[in-house]
Design a binder for this molecule. Structure first.
Ligand SMILES: *[C@@H]1O[C@H](CO)[C@@H](O)[C@H](O)[C@H]1NC(C)=O
Length: 546
């Protein structure tokens, strides 16, 4: 136990900048899902623990789709480079694969939203403009349900999506029934403008069920459609300028290149691997349970190698690879490895992204609530956890993928405010606004004052998602004005009124009330932890020895 603590927490922490807050956070003493609450905004956001930061990190925003047992209101989420909330939303329900994509020369915020049955998603794909309005909703063609694993927009204005279809299949070769059921893995290419289906491909036409590494015993015997065998598990689709598709199959351990007519051009990894692996550690073909295969250039691709599927493990930790293929000699080699910092294992989900500006490599660790930015050759530059390390394995807070992009958000709704009359202050935030550098305090004598009648009486620089503006003895009809770095006025809060009152007498100072409350919460928390530890000691012990 003690060595485990030293190895997993104390050493990594000492190697960076030690802080007790960070240690408690990582051990889960602040809970499975530490959050930050706001006065002016109704949703909470995960509190981050920044373990490493470097000025070489790309100056973009981080895009997550948090969910999990301890994430009560899932939805898309954007952080800034420091892990401060920029935008989050719960009106879509569970979202996956939030990213920025270009369509007809314009940037969109895109994601999947819908329901999932534990294996596949049943939903649609959303495209939001910079004001967070829905501009397009893309659906799967042929009356199918859009699956959560991919929504990739190509340079030709088409969308690549995955579909899981329950089909009848002979499963005798894997110890199942002759009239068995499988989840077949399909992908579609759809014209976004017209919704027309341009191409569809299905795994069952090209892959034999016995090429899977997934054990049919894991899912009953698949004699019922409701108990279908997920033998393929397609989890990414990409396309290059030659029109060739690249797909990842988690349960085949393969990355497959498919021609525009649907024939298999080559297979990397798995039981039908066509490449000689000339990497030192066999990683160029030896990845397992992987995610997110992406073209980088003609013969170069990236992939997220989970190396584990629940209790099945081929590697003690998860990592990303950049792999180079040579089509003359049919060899594969690993150019760069991106190891999980502190070598944790993430046994599902995850993504690798080569950042366009810097060539840094950004990894979302999937089931582990963490994201890391590496230099191209694998040095950890920035490392952030948004849930405790001690609980990574459970996936209680997780994001299917994580990305970094530049983004301009200009919400149409006004900034949100919460006025505290007693403390003569106002909290202000503006969900989704990216360009705000500070807030002007403006006042007018008349509640129906025209814009021109407001005069600026104070300026406060923005701090994180929510800024607290002290109003001192400013009274009258007030509003806050968001301004950008050039001083342009971006938006106005609603007008609120603060009258000039005398000092409050004989009420408990708020700070004292706060500290009493904190002491009570702390006492309860210690009690709960002790009770929980006593109850859970067996489980924890068996997990530690896992
Ligand atoms: C885009 O369209 C061109 C012309 O039809 C085609 O050659 C190219 O392969 C397409 N690219 C993608 C990524 O679909």
């Amino acid at each position: 136990m003690a060595t485990w603590l030293v190895f997993w927490f104390v050493l990594p922490l000492l190697a960076t900048a030690f802080s007790w807050h960070s240690l408690w956070y990582e051990l889960g003493l602040f809970g499975a899902h530490p959050t930050i609450q706001y006065e002016s905004f109704y949703l909470e956001s995960p509190e981050v623990d920044v373990l490493k930061w470097d000025p070489r990190c790309d100056d973009g925003y981080v895009f997550l789709s948090p969910r999990g047992h301890f994430y009560p209101e899932p939805g898309p989420l954007i952080y800034d480079n420091a892990g401060s909330l920029v935008w989050t939303e719960n009106r879509f329900g569970m979202a996956m694969d939030l990213k920025v994509q270009r369509y007809k020369g314009q940037d969109y915020l895109t994601f999947w939203a819908g329901d999932d049955d534990g294996t596949r998603g049943l939903g649609s794909y959303y495209m939001l403009d910079s004001s967070y309005e829905i501009i397009h909703v893309v659906s799967a063609a042929n009356g199918r349900n859009g699956d959560l694993h991919e929504f990739k927009i190509t340079e030709n204005g088409t969308a690549l999506i995955t579909v899981y279809e329950i089909c009848q299949a002979d499963l005798m070769s894997v110890g199942g029934p002759k009239d068995g059921w499988v989840y077949d893995g399909l992908f579609q290419e759809i014209d976004i403008e017209t919704g027309e289906l341009l191409f569809e491909w299905r795994a069952l036409d090209h892959y034999r069920v016995e090429e899977t590494y997934f054990d049919i015993e894991e899912k009953g015997h698949s004699a019922e459609p409701g108990d279908a065998f997920d033998y393929f598990h397609i989890n990414s689709v990409d396309k290059n300028a030659d029109g060739n598709y690249l797909i990842s199959s988690r349960y085949m351990h393969t990355i497959t290149c498919i021609s525009p007519t649907g024939t298999i051009l080559w297979v990397l990894g798995g039981k039908r691997n066509m490449f000689t692996d000339i990497s030192a550690d066999g990683s160029a073909t030896g990845f397992t349970w992987q995610h997110n295969a992406r073209w980088i250039s003609d013969g170069v691709l990236t992939v997220f190698d989970n190396g584990a599927h629940e209790h099945l493990r081929t590697s003690d930790h998860t990592r990303g690879y950049m792999i180079e293929l040579d089509f003359e000699s049919w060899t594969a080699t690993t150019l760069h490895v991106y190891d999980s910092p502190g070598h944790f294992s993430s046994h599902s989900q995850g993504s690798v992204q080569v950042l366009p500006g810097s060539d840094n490599v950004f990894i979302g660790w999937g089931k582990a609530s963490a994201y890391t930015e590496f230099s191209l050759d694998g040095e950890v530059l920035c490392d952030t956890h948004w849930g405790p390390r001690a609980l990574f394995w459970f996936g209680w807070v997780k994001s299917y993928r994580a990305y970094k992009y530049s983004w301009v958000g200009r919400p149409r709704s006004p900034p949100d405010i919460a006025v505290n009359d007693e403390l003569r202050s106002v909290h202000v935030s503006w969900n989704g606004a990216t360009d705000v550098v500070g807030w002007l305090v403006q006042r007018a004598d008349d509640s129906n004052a025209l814009d021109s009648e407001f005069e600026t009486v104070d300026y406060v620089p923005k701090e994180g998602f929510e800024t607290t503006v002290g109003l001192g003895d400013i009274d009258g009809h007030l509003r806050l004005v968001a301004i950008d770095s050039s001083g342009e006025e971006l938006g106005y809060s609603n007008v609120f009124t603060l009258s000039h009152t005398g000092s409050n007498i004989l009420s408990l100072p708020a700070s004292m009330e706060d500290s009493l409350q904190h002491m009570l919460i702390a006492a309860c928390a210690v009690g709960a932890i002790l009770a929980g530890a006593w109850q859970g000691r067996k489980r924890v012990l068996s997990w530690l020895h896992y």
